[in-house]
Design a protein around this ligand. Structure first.
Ligand code: FES
Length: 104
């Protein structure tokens, strides 16, 4: 798993919630939704709130401050798909979670 860094144990990321981690100086929110993990930049483009304090709903990460929504799969803003926040590759293996920030 070249480029991947271990960030947490699997049971630390609860369904519909997130943890926040810093990898390579990037603050990243890791959500679990329907069992799958998703990683997005942990800073809302509206006013910079940590998205990791929000929750996952219907395939979106919901910002805790004013409710802006970002698609978990690609970070696109629900009201304008051309506006995106960075996403990252995340993997789960043997009860551990690994993150790769090489491309973003
Ligand atoms: S800071 Fe995220 S919606 Fe306002």
């Amino acid at each position: 798993m070249d480029g991947y860094v271990q960030i947490a144990k699997s049971d630390e990321v609860k369904e519909r919630f997130a943890i926040s981690v810093i990898v390579n100086s990037k603050k990243i929110a890791v959500f679990r939704y329907k069992g799958t993990l998703y990683a997005l930049r942990d800073s809302c483009p509206h006013q910079g709130a940590p998205i990791s304090d929000g929750y996952a709903d219907e395939g979106f990460a919901v910002c805790p401050h004013h409710g802006w929504k970002f698609k978990l799969e690609d970070g696109s803003f629900s009201h304008n798909e051309l506006s995106k926040i960075p996403t990252y590759d995340v993997k789960e293996k043997d009860g551990l979670i690994f993150l790769n920030t090489d491309d973003n």
